[in-house]
Design a protein around this ligand. Structure first.
Ligand SMILES: Cc1ncc(COP(=O)(O)O)c(C=O)c1O
Length: 402
């Protein structure tokens, strides 16, 4: 490690709360699909800020939109009407079957808003005491008290935060009977990710999703889809739920929405939107001029450059490359999974060693659930970048025992 890196680690220890297990890398700038460390060394980025910088890093077109809006109006409060958020709303609603949107600042806040909307709709519109939210094991929905309770994982995310809010039930993944058994007279909604990202890049099987939708209909409960990681072309459709031909009552977005500026959104049907009224939900910063203008440009670029189709094609290419590598290293790679460019490589060898080996060779990706390499490169990634990633992965695997 360089002296500069040691200094930044020491400095952080004395300044910041100790909440992150950081990667041993300090990034000083980024461009396209590349990161640069403090010494100017280049890294191939197959993480994109965990599915955030989908259009690539440091784009001049987005910087220009940001600067133009910043010299016009940065913040004025949601007490006022603001055109940039309406322009964005029109564009976003044009990508899906939702009828209304609420803007906020992060994925957790979007999911918190979705949970609040589901409950309030049940209480105020349907006049029913339905408040429970059912989620799936290994799901990830955020770090606020209610979204961490909704999250179907144990460990440090939940440890030490009792009492957790009431009204959340988690059932085993893929088990329709367990889901049916968890539904009762107080159930408000089932909340799912179409592909569990943190949970190991696991797409929900189509027949399971069909059963979930049927259960929601039969029981008069709502379907909430968390598209914080899967949304905005990442999986090969603008929204991942569109692969399944379903229309959620509520779905959420964040991460890639403003390509790195903090922004989230709750999208819902017109019927569900009846659940909110003035005073029932709000945020100071959500839908501010700068983030809205940037997000509107992001949506334009994604549509113009057909990035959903590109994600699908590049995901297929990555799968082919990974399978060729699997044939060479059958005891070390045992499968591939995912949708589009939310792509997982399942390892049967020492996952952390592979991840570390990649980083040492200047390739950045994420390891989830101990053995799944999660590849979420910018959607503008080139085939040559994917080939470079797989070549380095092959070199790392060569050095490891099966
Ligand atoms: C599926 C999903 N939901 C919610 C969140 C939380 O988003 P944020 O970190 O913006 O609060 C994440 C973050 O990784 C996520 O992947």
């Amino acid at each position: 490690m360089s002296k500069k890196f040691d200094a930044i680690v020491k400095r952080e220890k004395s300044l910041l709360c100790n909440t992150y297990g950081r990667y041993p890398l300090a990034v000083s700038r980024a461009s396209g699909c590349r990161l640069y460390d403090l010494d100017g060394e280049e890294y191939l980025d197959f993480l994109s800020g965990i599915a955030v910088c989908s259009l690539g890093h440091s784009r001049a077109d987005l910087a220009q939109v940001m600067a133009e809006q910043a010299t016009k109006l940065v913040h004025v409060s949601n007490l006022f009407y603001q055109e940039p958020q309406l322009d964005l709303a029109e564009k976003l609603l044009g990508t899906c079957a939702a009828g209304k949107v609420f803007f906020c600042n992060s994925g957790a806040e979007a999911n918190e808003g979705a949970i609040k909307l589901a409950r309030r709709y049940m209480h105020k519109v349907r006049n029913e005491d339905r408040h429970e939210i059912i989620t799936l094991e290994k799901s990830f929905h955020g770090r606020t008290l209610s979204t961490l309770t909704a999250t179907g994982q144990s460990g440090p995310i939940k440890d030490g935060f009792n009492p957790l809010p009431e009204g959340f039930v988690t059932v085993p993944f893929g088990n329709v009977n367990a889901l049916r058994g968890a539904i009762n007279a107080h159930t408000a909604a089932i909340m799912i990710e179409m592909v569990q990202g943190e949970g190991g890049v696991r797409p929900l099987p189509s027949d399971y999703v069909a059963d979930i939708v049927a259960l929601c209909k039969e029981n008069g409960i709502l379907l909430i889809v968390d598209e914080v990681q899967t949304g905005l072309c990442r999986t090969g459709r603008f929204w991942a739920h569109q692969h399944y031909g379903i229309v959620p009552d509520i779905f959420t977005s964040a991460k890639a929405l403003a390509n790195g500026l903090p922004m989230g959104a709750v999208l819902c049907t017109d019927e569900l939107a009846r659940g909110f009224e003035p005073g029932s939900h709000a945020t100071t910063f959500g839908g501010g001029g700068v983030v809205s203008a940037v997000a509107a440009k992001v949506v334009d670029i994604m549509l113009e450059e057909k990035l959903a189709e590109r994600a699908l094609a590049m995901g297929d290419f990555a799968r082919g490359e990974a399978e060729r590598l699997m044939a060479k290293h059958p005891g070390k790679i045992v499968g591939t999974r995912g949708l589009g460019l939310l792509f997982g490589i399942e390892l049967a060898c020492d996952g952390p060693a592979v991840w570390r080996g990649l980083l040492e060779k200047k390739v950045v990706c994420n390891l989830t659930q101990g053995t799944i390499l999660r590849l979420v490169p910018p959607l503008v990634v080139e085939k040559a970048d994917i080939e470079a990633f797989m070549n380095v992965l092959g070199e790392v695997l060569d050095t490891l025992p099966a």
